[in-house]
Design a protein around this ligand. Structure first.
Ligand code: SF4
Length: 391
């Protein structure tokens, strides 16, 4: 039986191709760990040590904690670690970790508000026969029947409360805790956003956890039915270790390996350069054409004529009455449609926005049962869109 985890489900949601590379093909890449992941690991293991030692009645001072963190940082650092943001160096990141630990230590000392019952837990919870991984940074008891799931975040973004109220990761863990400890009357979800020295929390009702199970099963079903695994570009690509294999980035890696002269001989590079220069010319000409068009209209108006003559060609400048109707976002739109129906012209004039419909189908915005009704009218083919962007 395949096991799943929140991060496995999230990877598929982010990019099905990344999921395939990582979880199906299990591709080993030469691209090293990101500095953000490295920093996260060092901070997590430092806080794990803090609470582990406390279980043995050993209270580390802040100085001890920072010494441990720095020792682990130095011991584990290697040249393969990737820093995407050129403007920062390893020292900036190391100091960030020091600050995270210092702030947390000062905020939570003397660490006796709750009883720690698990650190970096490794459990599985069953959802309809699927094993879902539950890895909690720190599981604690606030009182006999109140459990707390603590999660440390080292990212530089602070989510909104409503996002946390819908967070799947800790909700799955809450379901796991309720299953493992049936006496749990309450399970509090607590995030420590270390970059902001901020604690945020949320809870889930039993009904919400039931719904969550359904959502998780839906996601698993989607993964198991997936056949094509398309690449889905997003901000996550910046940190994706599979870029050298991904069709969205592979060419960049192939040409980067070439020397400057060979680089310019690559057919792909030549074609893009030509396309970019032609595209630029066309854009300039389009802008110029629009300017001349406006000047022609002004000229015709000024001379009270409808045709302007050139050497070999002439341009007709004619004005027509312009009629406008309520637009999509206008309040009167519905009443306007009703009026068209009322005068019996609806069937003659109404058209389905097939472009929008195709977009909705491609974005999976139409429930499967409804899509099945349309299926026989959909002719499937392939269209190619070529778009020019900065690197
Ligand atoms: S680089 Fe982006 S699009 Fe390509 S596999 Fe990775 S996440 Fe997906």
């Amino acid at each position: 039986m395949t096991t799943y985890s929140h991060s496995k489900l999230s990877t598929f949601e982010q990019c099905p191709l990344k999921y395939k590379f990582g979880y199906i093909d299990k591709v080993e890449t030469e691209i090293g760990e990101s500095v953000e992941a490295f920093l996260g690991k060092r901070v997590h293991e430092s806080l794990e040590k803090l609470y582990k030692d406390l279980k043995f009645q050993k209270m580390n001072s802040l100085k001890d904690m920072l010494a441990f963190y720095n020792e682990e940082w130095t011991k584990n650092w290697n040249d393969g670690i990737v820093i995407v943001r050129d403007e920062y160096d390893p020292e900036n990141y190391r100091k960030m970790g020091e600050k995270f630990i210092t702030d947390y230590y000062n905020r939570c000392t003397p660490f006796n508000h709750t009883r720690t019952i698990g650190l970096e837990t490794q459990n599985f919870v069953d959802i309809n026969g699927y094993k879902i991984h539950v890895r909690i940074d720190r599981l604690a008891l606030a009182s006999d029947e109140v459990y707390e799931i603590h999660d440390y975040k080292t990212s530089n973004t602070l989510p909104t409360q409503s996002k946390l109220d819908q967070d799947r990761q800790l909700a799955v863990y809450a379901y796991g805790v309720k299953t493992m400890y049936p006496d749990a009357k309450k399970v509090k979800l607590i995030w420590h956003f270390l970059a902001f020295d901020k604690e945020m929390s949320s809870e889930r009702t039993d009904e919400q956890l039931e719904k969550l199970k359904g959502d998780v099963l839906e996601s698993i079903k989607e993964i198991e039915q997936c056949k094509e695994y398309p690449a889905r570009e997003s901000t996550f690509c910046e940190w994706c270790e599979f870029q050298p294999l991904c069709p969205l980035f592979r060419h960049k890696f192939e040409v980067e390996e070439k020397k400057a002269k060979e680089f310019l001989k690559d057919d792909g590079v030549k074609l893009v350069n030509l396309y970019a220069s032609l595209y630029h010319d066309v854009k300039l000409k389009e802008e110029k054409l629009e300017e001349v068009r406006e000047e022609l209209v002004a000229y015709a108006k000024q001379h009270d004529i409808e045709v302007v003559f050139g050497s070999d060609m002439k341009v007709s400048v004619k004005s027509y009455p312009k009629l406008s109707f309520p637009k999509k976002e206008d309040k009167e739109r519905k009443a306007f449609f009703d009026a068209v129906r009322k005068i019996g012209l609806w069937d003659k004039l109404a058209v389905v926005d097939v472009y929008e419909l195709a977009k909705m189908i491609n974005n999976k915005e139409i429930p499967k049962e409804l899509l099945a009704i349309l299926e026989k009218y959909v002719e499937k083919g392939e269209t190619v869109r070529v778009s020019l962007r900065g690197k």
